[in-house]
Write a protein that binds this ligand. Structure first.
Ligand code: BG6
Length: 467
């Protein structure tokens, strides 16, 4: 019986993502005994690093170095892999944490298998998967010259977050939610992402993409698709992704009038001063790249007709948070109407899934304030993860890398999903760029541009995180 070996090659090993997320995830998987007995981690980087230096940076890693992306250097990697694999059934996982223009060279290498007497080869690719429909399509075509679709694992780490995984459980296995999941009971849904830091150190990358490509087109849209999909036939990867892609293809075109963009400006707070986005030396002067955006999206289907799906994403805001907020309709003929005064919106239920920080699910309900009178109050039924589940929640990358090793594709993006996501955003992105739309400036550390309120108000919505 031949033994089997797994080699995990992280391409872009000296990059930020590798250091902060990928290597720690690998280490956690190892520590929790989730990796096969015989495995090797290779780091592959442009930065000149010796094995020793990289080992100092991370645990349990071997490295090769590339100066440029020449075939010769990939051949070195290939021979290192073969050396390790000798005589064993060998599985290879490549993690491409590199700009997309190098994907294809690496894919070529990944497909260099000496014989067919080997195990599987899988390639995890990190976004950006292109900048628009054309470049993404081009990338897909090039990758497919060397890899089959079932070998490509397009990662969106938001799908690996605990509460995103729980979204389907909450909806499909609770009678108090499942029948309510439609336009009949839901007024609007909000997907909110905010960070309390700017693009520090990443301005060069960011300026070429902007917040819409960085967060909305992928992370928020993926969550929206999971939220809005019809019940899949089963929990099988293809069944789930079939439903998600239907949602994406049912979206109405995203109009410029339903989008607002912003960019942070410098701000002094006490003795501290915070830089503007354009103060970053790697950002071109006068850049119009948005660091904030809000959008109202609509679905053309029977379940969601007319329901605004609002998205908001921004950097350098007052807080770091990601959440889904579901605002329910009014109770028809509410007996207690007069107890709410004129602001009946304050009486509607709201379900909040706080993805981070401090994971929680809470439901705002109306409740009588104890006492002799009849005063009502909105209170929370609160499931705070750290109280209910004191064990540590695994990082998204840990779950996703393990899924890739196990060949589980449910949480990875299929190429038709990617196409549909770009088809939705590309016309808008082109229009923003062609019309040179000037972003509304907002101070670093603020709640973002007021334009976001007007956009929501146009659809009678209040942002739940600000009310
Ligand atoms: C990445 C974006 O995909 O997600 C970053 O490129 C962003 O700009 C990050 O900071 C946020 O991820 P998380 O898991 O920290 O919310």
């Amino acid at each position: 019986k031949v033994g089997s070996t797994l080699s995990i090659t992280v391409v872009g090993a000296s990059g930020d993502l590798a250091k902060k997320k990928i290597f720690p995830a690998l280490f956690a998987l190892y520590y929790e005994d989730c990796l096969p007995e015989d495995f090797t981690v290779f780091g592959y980087a442009r930065t000149k690093l010796t094995d020793e230096e990289l080992r100092n940076m991370i645990s349990k890693t071997l490295t090769c170095r590339i100066d440029k992306n020449s075939e010769e250097h990939f051949a070195v990697l290939d021979s290192r892999l073969k050396e390790k694999e000798a005589g064993k059934l060998s599985n290879r996982l490549f993690y491409l944490s590199i700009p997309p223009n190098i994907f294809v060279d690496v894919a070529k290498c990944a497909s260099l298998r000496a014989s067919s007497a080997t195990g599987w080869t899988r390639v995890i690719v990190e976004k950006p998967f292109g900048r628009d429909s054309e470049s993404s399509g081009e990338l897909t075509r090039s990758l497919k010259q060397y890899l089959r679709e079932d070998q490509i694992f397009r990662i969106d780490h938001y799908l690996g977050k605990e509460l995103v995984e729980n979204l389907s459980v909450l909806r499909f296995s609770n009678l108090v939610f499942e029948p309510l999941w439609s336009r009949n009971y839901i007024r609007n849904v909000q997907f909110i992402f905010s960070e309390d830091f700017g693009t520090e150190g990443r301005g060069g990358y960011f300026d070429n993409y902007g917040i819409i490509r960085d967060i909305m087109q992928n992370h928020l849209l993926q969550i929206l698709a999971l939220f809005a999909m019809e019940t899949p036939v089963s929990l099988d990867a293809e069944d789930i992704r079939n439903e998600k892609v239907k949602v994406l293809r049912s979206m109405q075109p995203l109009l410029l009038e339903n989008v607002i963009v912003g960019q942070y400006k410098g701000h002094n707070k006490g003795s501290k001063s915070y830089p503007a986005y354009t103060d970053d030396p790697t950002v071109p002067k006068g850049s119009l790249t948005p660091t904030f955006a809000a959008a109202a999206l609509f679905l053309n289907n029977a379940r969601w007709d007319g329901v605004p799906f609002l998205m908001k994403a921004g950097k350098a805001l007052h807080t770091k948070r990601a959440e889904i907020r579901v605002q329910f309709r009014h109770v028809p003929g509410n007996l207690y109407k007069r107890n709410f005064g004129t602001d009946l919106d304050k009486a509607t239920n709201e379900l909040v899934l706080r993805l981070q920080p401090d994971e929680a699910i809470y439901l705002k309900i109306n409740n009588k304030v104890p006492g002799l009178g009849m005063r009502l109050d909105r209170s929370d039924l609160n499931l705070l993860y750290r109280s209910r589940y004191p064990t540590e929640i695994p990082d998204a990358y840990e779950r996703l890398v393990l899924d890739a090793i196990e060949g589980e594709r449910r949480l990875f993006i299929r190429s038709d999903e990617l196409d549909a996501a770009w088809a939705l955003f590309t016309p808008l992105l082109k229009e923003l760029e062609e019309k040179k739309i000037v972003p509304e400036l907002y101070p670093y550390g603020s709640r973002g541009p007021v334009g976001a309120h007007y956009l929501a108000a146009k659809y009678n919505v209040r942002w739940g995180d600000l009310s």
